[in-house]
Design a protein around this ligand. Structure first.
Ligand code: CU
Length: 295
């Protein structure tokens, strides 16, 4: 190969690298807002008083693992290239075992990494789960396959909404979102969700809130948060709970305080609590009956 040819192919390689860098830069700037929030399904950084911190934790974790990944891949690539089999090599390379400093190094470093991740995670979870004396309490009762919402507000006033199963897609057509159970919350007010189940294990999930928690029969779990922007958000059950699990959806509407009061006025007084829960015997018999019907 002449020296001219070599310069020519080097020039082409350079152009390729430049094109690659250019395209990546364009892609990154094009979706920088998406990158910033780590592609999370969040409409707003301040959707609740917790979403910004959760987002930051997610994005910073990604940055840390990508840095570690690049280092690890780099070292692997270096070994593959620097210690590759040469043309004149014969037989096996020198066999090595037990390099104590190296083994301590690759045990200690991952251990430190895991502990650092754990402590950041633990601090965040503790700060989010700290009980708050909230202005609104919503006792959410999940049931196969709908939701009951019991509101306590204004220092003790109680209203309730009993959800009916929507059976959204029974005939294969698209569901109508307006017919789903709707949970109303006033913007800027602290809320305590008391999460209960009437029958089997369900899970309370509002993707835009970046929080999800199991609902277990006989146990109350708690979520404390303050919604900070008005809007309609999707809510769903996130624990496979039976035949119509995929249709166990609800709307969450964060509205002005006046609108919240107007919606509360439409509901019936009182609280529909554990007196309507189903005992394990009833739950089992219903499931058995269902299985029989299907055959
Ligand atoms: Cu469920």
């Amino acid at each position: 190969m002449s020296s001219q040819d070599r310069t020519g192919s080097r020039g082409k390689a350079k152009a390729k690298v430049l094109a690659l860098v250019g395209t990546s830069a364009l892609l990154l700037t094009g979706c920088s807002a998406e990158v910033q929030r780590g592609w999370l399904p969040n409409v707003d950084r301040d959707t609740t008083n917790h979403t910004a911190a959760i987002q930051d934790f997610w994005v910073n974790s990604w940055i840390a693992v990508v840095v570690i990944g690049v280092l690890t891949w780099g070292l692997m690539l270096w070994c593959i290239i620097a210690y590759r089999r040469r043309k004149n090599d014969t037989g096996y390379p020198r066999q090595l075992s037990y390099n104590l400093p190296l083994e301590i190094f690759y045990t200690a470093i991952p251990l430190v990494l895991v502990l650092v991740f754990f402590s950041f995670n633990n601090n965040l979870v503790n700060s989010i789960n700290k009980p708050v004396d909230s202005e609104i309490v919503v006792d959410v009762r999940a049931k196969q396959w709908a939701w009951d919402f019991n509101y306590t507000f204004d220092g003790g006033q109680e209203k309730h909404y009993a959800g009916i199963q929507a059976h959204l897609n029974e005939d294969g057509s698209e569901g109508i979102q307006e017919t789903l159970p709707t949970l109303y919350l006033p913007v800027g007010k602290s809320v305590e969700f008391q999460l209960n189940s009437r029958d089997v294990i369900h899970s309370f999930w509002v993707p835009a809130f970046l929080q999800k928690l199991d609902m277990i029969p006989g146990k109350t779990n708690h979520i404390y948060l303050t919604p900070q922007v008005e809007g309609t958000f999707d809510g769903k059950c996130a624990e496979l709970c039976g035949e119509y699990h995929s249709e166990m959806l609800f709307n969450l509407k964060v509205v002005s305080e006046a609108e919240f009061k107007a919606q509360m006025a439409k509901l019936e007084d009182g609280h529909i609590g554990e007196e309507y829960d189903r005992s394990p015997d009833t739950v089992n018999s219903v499931i058995v009956k269902h299985e029989g019907e299907g055959e």
